[in-house]
Design a protein around this ligand. Sequence first.
Ligand code: DQQ
Length: 539
Amino acid sequence: NLMLSWQRTAYHFQPEKNWMNDPNGPLFYKGWYHLFYQYNPDSAVWGNITWGHAVSKDLIHWLYLPLAMVPDHWYDINGVWTGSATLLPDGSVVILYTGSTDEKVQVQNLAHPADPSDPLLLHWIKYPGNPVMVPPPGIGTLDFRDPTTAWLTPDGNWRLTLGSKVNETGISLVYQTTNFTSYELLDGVLHAVPGTGMWECVDFYPVSTTEEIGLNTSAFGPGVKHVLKASLDDSKKDYYALGTYYVENDTWIPDNPVADVGIGIRYDYGKYYASKTFYDQHKQRRVLFGWIGETDNEAEDIKKGWASVQSIPRVVLFDQKTGSNLVQWPVEEVESLRLTSTEFDKVVVGAGSVVPLDVGTATQLDITAEFEIDSETLEGTIEADIGYNCTTSGGAAGRGTLGPFGLLVLAEDSLAEQTPVYFYIAKDTDGDYRTFFCADESRSSLANDVVKYVYGSYVPVLEGEKLIMRLLVDHSIVESFAQGGRTVVTSRVYPTQAIYGAARVFLFNNATAANVTASLKIWQMNSAFIRPYFNDHHI
Ligand code: DQQ
């Protein structure tokens, strides 16, 4: 369908056809990155969930492989749901995943590669003793899912955690094992947060507070904090918090209780859910995948024959500068897609103006931009602007003293369609400035049957720092990173005019009382090869 084919992305992972959701079991094995994913082989809507499978040498170019696991046993006949891979010290791999049984009870199952010498890990064997974990007393049969990668404790036991809830309190249960076939539920919970509801796709991993490297999931000790992430079923948002893991009594305590899991900060303030990290032993980094769903209606997805993309994999690091958040940054391999670039040096964008940036076609771009605001304005007296909030503000069209200003991408010449990504500087009653990073989808499409939000959040800006953003633009998706990845916003948009050769980029400044100066470098991006590994003849 040519009408809808432009919505396909050029360098984001997406299935050839049909429905995809959560990333599952990412790992690096014998020279290949493996990505599994929740997949419906029969339709562009959720259902009949299997594990799709793809491999890559660089996390950007992907080869689709045959389905890794399908619902074919009583313990997963209603779906091979989300799970994780664990790489054991002897180099072998185990997978734990949730099965929805013949009675729709959620249980955890074990699988391992049929041929460990096969770098493609084409065939998987489900353990004959499955399920290996069933809902314990007090836990609902529909509230017990998504096991994490296991970690090794100093006394030689493996532990993993998985999400659940008790009443409206989201919780994470911990199981211990030595052999992956029999498990003991530990007393208490890893963590619980009242009012957050069911925790899906819990992730739990260490980050280094002293070095810019990723850590193996079993790393522990001084200079290490632990991240706990939960995907909130009620709001479909991924929240994380930094804290300390106490292996002795198996609890995790957040650094900042008011910014606890589910009530504090998020990986991404846009369309982004059910994410999962893995430790990439090949490049000593921790890499994050996230599911970017559709925000059009189901009928459109069925018409176009596919649904969802995965985010560009992001490296995750502890932010040593702020000490209170992670930074996320697209894997360096995405830069191999950069083609020609155009630089713009110190472009002055007057209050209330729009400046076109001539880069030719603007559907596949990597943009870095830095902004400076008139220092005179900052010194002057400006009215307090407390309680600014991207979502409830007037979006990019609303005007304040010191913002919004930024970029209009996937914009067409008349600006009838545009996706603004911008900063807004607000002033507190106590005179402090607070910077927000937002994306406004409200004019992203002339179609009226798609969801259009204004997204965003606060972004920490330290003394002396310029305001910087990086945008990955790819036809119907914009991934935006502020201040090196402290705050991230992903926009899923459906332009109807700003497509192919008609898509443009502009600078804009809707502040009433400040000029901004912008310097940018904009690359055209090549398409990635994302195609079947085998032709039909070989399968
Ligand atoms: N998706 C899976 C579940 C998980 C949910 C089912 C999160 O295992 O809780 O497709 O999107």
